[in-house]
Write a protein that binds this ligand. Structure first.
Ligand SMILES: Nc1nc2c(ncn2[C@@H]2O[C@H](COP(=O)(O)OP(=O)(O)OP(=O)(O)O)[C@@H](O)[C@H]2O)c(=O)[nH]1
Ligand SMILES: [Mg+2]
Length: 314
């Protein structure tokens, strides 16, 4: 029973928590049950998205941040989302090594989620998973994703604070991605600051920020330097996240962002269900027939859509 699992997860049963997350990840009817059970129980869990190019040091940084948060006595969960990986339901091998130091800590929960190439799947499963973790007593949830365009943006959409990780020597890349990065970054981290070029990258970022100024909400993203392999900079990063949270709370932006997120989530759920209903109504053959008619020019797409949405006559 879903409610039994939720009660167990709330009582600290990590197996039950893992089961709930697997259900959410699979989607479908059972996932909806989990959503129904957790939504009324969810509290004020805060989500941090951490994104950046492959190999930027996101997992190493995440592990260092987790250590910093634990040193302050707070519980934190990590969702590592891999948009391309077929792996699911556990830790990606490399991450098990990089975050392994926290494996025995009851105040930490680390979990990978695969999206099976389905971007919309991520958009639906992520907020559900965050709610499950919140209900299970993790007030902080950090979501790590490899930054690849759309996924990056989806993660930023799901997070309260988005951290963008870059590396020294990324002047050109920073320039190339300027618009996208500025749009989503609440905090920048120059990780691998032990490597040459960190100062130049900082200058590039700061001058970019000078040009764009603060966003609509009056927040200028701070730039933090880190050497994740030693833990250097992790505490400073966490302070920047706390400062951003305080800013969002006092400006009222946090409430607005969350409200918009719930509205978007509802719209997405309705959209997905409608699409499923249409598929059921038409059947595979029916859909192909309609598509073929449009492709062959026997039917225009608007009339085809009308036909799809026709109320069944019975
Ligand atoms: N020199 C140096 N190396 C680092 C630092 N942080 C991470 N690395 C190394 O960079 C490599 C990639 O680190 P990960 O933490 O796996 O990077 P990631 O961004 O999570 O990688 P993906 O999840 O595969 O995209 C590893 O070999 C780390 O040891 C750092 O601050 N300095
Ligand atoms: Mg990683």
């Amino acid at each position: 029973m879903t409610s039994d699992l939720v009660a167990a997860a709330r009582a600290g049963d990590r197996g039950a928590l893992a089961k709930l997350l697997s259900t959410v990840e699979r989607g479908g009817r059972e996932a909806h049950e989990v959503g129904r059970a957790t939504y009324p129980l969810a509290g004020d869990g805060y989500t941090i998205g951490l994104t950046g190019a492959p190999g930027a040091g996101k997992s190493t940084l995440t592990s260092a941040v987790v250590a910093a948060v634990r040193a302050r006595g707070e519980r934190i969960a990590v969702l590592a989302i891999d948009p391309s990986s077929p792996y699911t339901g556990g830790a990606i091998l490399g991450d098990r090594v990089r975050m392994g130091e926290h494996a025995l800590d009851e105040g930490v929960f680390i979990r990978s989620m695969a999206t099976r190439g389905h971007l919309g799947g991520l958009a639906l499963a992520t907020p559900e998973a965050v709610r499950v973790l919140d209900v299970a007593g993790f007030p902080w949830v950090l979501i790590e994703t490899v930054g690849v365009g759309q996924v990056e943006v989806e993660v930023a959409g799901a997070a309260d604070t988005t951290v963008v990780v870059v590396n020294p020597g990324w002047g050109d890349r920073v320039q190339a991605n300027k618009a996208g990065l500025m749009e989503i970054a609440d905090v920048f981290v120059i990780n691998k600051a032990d490597r040459p070029g960190a100062d130049t990258t900082r200058r590039d970022l700061e001058s970019m920020l000078d040009l764009t100024g603060s966003g609509d909400d009056g927040w200028r993203p701070p730039v933090v330097s880190a050497v994740s392999t030693t833990g250097q900079g992790a505490g400073e990063l966490w302070d920047a996240v706390l400062a951003h949270r305080a800013h969002l709370e006092t400006s009222g932006t946090l409430a607005l962002r969350r409200e918009q997120r719930v509205r978007d989530e509802l719209a997405l759920i309705v959209e997905k269900r409608l699409r499923a209903r249409v598929d059921r109504m038409l059947g595979e053959a029916g859909r192909r027939q309609l598509e073929d008619d449009v492709v062959a020019g026997r039917l225009d797409p608007w009339s085809a859509a009308d036909r799809v949405l026709e109320e069944p006559k019975n």
